[in-house]
Design a binder for this molecule. Structure first.
Ligand SMILES: [Zn+2]
Ligand SMILES: [Zn+2]
Length: 155
């Protein structure tokens, strides 16, 4: 799923602003990598980002893509999604949100929940250190996969 034009424009603005503030050159490579992460809701991994970026910047290498991704993450322009048994994936959405991860197709869905954001954290978590963010990750089987299964049974 592609993000709406409005969302993409807002993210690109933040990106250009950061480059200006940090005196970073707006290279074709940085721009292409950022656009791939910021323009999709798919939470792509670095290989998928590399494949798409190469359509525009054919010479770019995987380690360059990683370097750019980590830098963008440091600057708070993208976030990282760590799945337990999966590869590292990247997210153009940096506002607080949560994930539903499908165990069958690997799709990652975003959702927001005021209820989750308000949960009083247990003492056990607070005792570990200073809380900076909270993130709920739910694993399950997505609607599409459930429908596909149901369809297969129906035939
Ligand atoms: Zn699925
Ligand atoms: Zn997300």
């Amino acid at each position: 799923m592609k993000c709406s034009a409005e969302v993409i424009e807002r993210r690109l603005c933040a990106f250009r602003e950061m480059c200006r503030r940090r005196g970073l050159r707006l290279t074709a490579q940085r721009m292409a990598v950022f656009q791939e992460v910021a323009g999709t809701e798919e939470h792509p991994d670095a290989d998928a980002i590399l494949r798409r970026v190469r359509r525009r910047v054919p010479s770019i290498a995987l380690d360059t893509v990683y370097r750019i991704l980590y830098r963008l993450e440091d600057e708070g322009l993208i976030s990282r999604v760590q799945m337990s048994s999966d590869r590292l994936r990247f997210d153009g959405r940096v506002e607080a949100h949560h994930h539903f991860v499908c165990s069958e197709c690997g799709r990652v869905r975003d959702f927001t929940s005021a209820a989750v954001d308000r949960i009083r954290l247990p003492e056990e978590a607070l005792a570990c250190g200073e809380i900076r963010a909270r993130h709920l990750q739910i694993r399950g089987v997505c609607r599409e996969c459930l429908d596909r299964r149901a369809g297969r049974k129906g035939r």
